[in-house]
Design a protein around this ligand. Sequence first.
Ligand code: ADP
Ligand code: MG
Ligand code: MG
Length: 920
Amino acid sequence: MPKKPTAKRATSRTRKSKPRQYVYFFGDGKADGNRNMKDLLGGKGSGLAEMTNAGLPVPPGFTISTEVCTLFSKAKGRIPEAIDREIDAYVRKLEKAAGATLGSTENPLLVSVRSGAKFSMPGMMDTILNLGLNDLAVEGLKRRTGNGRFAFDSYRRFIQMFGSVVLEIPKAAFEHEFEAVKAACGARLDTDLDEAALRGVVQRFKQVVQKRAKRDFPQDPRVQLSMSRDAVFRSWMNPRAIEYRRIYDIPDHIGTAVNVQMMVFGNIGDRSATGVGFTRNPATGKKEFYGEFLINAQGEDVVAGIRTPQPITELERVLPKAYRQLRAFTTKLEKHYKDIQDFEFTIQDERLFMLQTRSGKRTGYAAVVIATDLVAEKLLTPKEAILLVDPESLSQLLAPGFDPVEWKKLPVATRGLPASPGAASGQVVFTSERAVEWSQEGKKVILVRRETVPDDIHGMFVSQGILTATGGMTSHAAVVGRQMGKASIVGAGALEIDETARQFSVSGHTVKEGEYISFDGLSGEVKLAQVASKPSEILQVLEGTLDAKKSHIYQRFERLLSWADKYRRMGVRANADQPDQAAIAYAFGARGIGLCRTEHMFFGEGRIPIVQKMILADNEADRRAALQELLPLQREDFYGVFKAMRGAAVTIRTIDPPLHEFLPKREDLMVDVARLETAGKTGRELDEKRALLRRVEQLHEFNPMLGHRGVRLGITYPEITEMQTRAILEAACRLNTEGLKVVPEIMIPLVGLVTELRHQKAVVDRVAVAVMKEQGIKIKYLVGTMIEVPRGAVTADQVATEAQFFSFGTNDLTQLTFGFSRDDVGKFLRVYQERKILEKDPFASIDTEGVGALVRMAAQLGRKTRPDLKLGVCGEHGGDAASIHFFESVGLTYVSASPYRIPVARLAAAQAALAVRVGD
Ligand code: ADP
Ligand code: MG
Ligand code: MG
């Protein structure tokens, strides 16, 4: 769903202008709001308004705006009196439209009080149904409908919901009583209870309220309404809603709206029903009507997993007229919104009512299929289609699947509903707490639950997959699993889960906590073993093991990204150090390398001893000798990387890390030396270890990240820069003779002073001239710098006198701007986020106000000196959608990301160029 980086709010008006509207009506084919008012009305409220305006049958009601939620919080949980009066007026207006009165004993109006924020947060906040019932009104409802069973079924639902949501009585207290009555009547299903039994339930529920809340169940509908409204506003700040917003990056300040809407009843008898659905399959994207319903049921029954719902296609047989209408309305909605719709409906005595519509949450796979299909169906232009896909969700398409051969070897233990595709393999856990604990220890876990509840969100987030025993395709686990892109299977009814004993049994086997299982979220099959996975279809195509023509998803993926490429302004490069990484990055669409870290090459096979020789040398001649050995190896590396990029720009960074990183650990060496000494051994091994230890001690630094590294190394040991420059230029010359023109970009890291860069540039130029002369070839090359030290950013105008390009090293820049060590930030970051001292992890998404300000300033200063200065970014932020939007606003030339993030970066860069933030 399109999302602007910050929610736009109406600003305060002057006193003279019309008093601000806090409540918006919908009903009788007309609504005050519309689809563009999500900020104010929330997604649900704006959808109800839009459907009303489109002439769809929506029960009338009104929306109390999100602004009231903010006022409510500010006033410590109270609604300003004027707004209270405004709401009262709308209650009367609703009574008129409904032709019924709250609390009436003849014709009582019943309403729902529904939460609904700008971004949908499934099941995170509260909703109350059947409000308005009391001891007298329930008789009125019975008289009006001639259905006592129904009236008391509604009343007991209301007391339970009100009791748990508003009075915060544990649901179990009500369920306990309900089960007792069912047992006493010998009823199997809720629907088996008759009026008398339900009257008994109501009595018991009122006692529960009395006992637990120490007050009578409120009989006055206006009191019921204001208490419920306040509870919904409060639910915005409940811990699970806060946690959800943290995960999905939804700001806390935007608040929820409250919708008060006339009730319609799906629980009035066998010609009534309630259900939910999608206009397309949200797991696979396939164009098929998709959903579930229950006869004689209300609201939450479908998602709660108490009764197993029927597939929506069955509705055609049972209630054909309503089914046909539903298809027609939802098709119309999909055309109107130009996106897959997720809808809720209720049929009351064969009459269809629409209760909600919104853009459906979908898997990354489905997102790509739907976006490309809608273009093929001419509902969308390519430009619109690229705004339909959350860039982050593309990474789901690159996730591995099982090796089909290995998978087939194992017997199927059970099958469930394939709620969200993906291959999951891991150790079984039964609680979210355990899932979090174990995953922090680096274990891969699968969360197995009877059903998930919104409180499970943190456990689901860290699991490989989610497996539940109950629930349908639209249950909580299914919806959240799809949205997170987690492999999920729901409704695997054969699982007998014993959460206290931490085990489940299925088909004669018992699986204990910690044992491995695997499942395929696309087929719904569960197996009781660990199974190796294999690369995704897209990766197989890119690696050449699968023919592109045989992979539908690859073709669509490629089509979508090629549309994105048309609209993006920034280039997309890769951070890649080796030829094979560069090749995969090229295949993912990277055109250029933004960061090739030469030291990673030093760690290659058989190279460490040579590197150590270089470091251990105590004179320049020995050092040069060792470097001479490294030269051909580096040249080979550069040759490979240039070649893999097929002539696109390659930025190579000269050595950056402190030298001790290439040597053994001091403690280990001390142990070795001591061991040799106590064993009385003398000779070469001991001498070598001692020499190494001495050198390691010399190189020891208290703050290596602030120590002898980056350009500082190049200045103290210019022969390293010389060797690297020679290797780069010689590789370029060789390719030139082979007919591939490359333009190397040599990048000096950690520059804070223009004089540092001037020094290194002189070294590079001197060697380059020498190499070109030797080879008799002229190569165009650039010398530039990383901007990653705040001083470098602040003096960027000076730095640009030497630098032909800048690349923002936002990892170090973040580290040095905050003074946070990237490797130690974990110790306090979580607390910072919980206490709202810092909203986001600045290493994951750029801190636009601080670090970003330095980037912006350096870009402007640099371009003032050198208007054609190339500007790139090569920190982790180059693959983060939110950061990419920021880099677009600063006008960078390109972003550079790790190979697997390239598709995300391509799409995000296009969306950034179109100035639409997509993500949910
Ligand atoms: P959520 O956002 O959790 O889906 P909703 O506000 O949509 O919460 O409501 C929960 C359930 O109650 C849904 O199934 C919805 O269709 C049903 N419901 C809400 N309002 C009404 C109403 N006025 N009449 C009948 N059912 C309703
Ligand atoms: Mg809903
Ligand atoms: Mg750095």
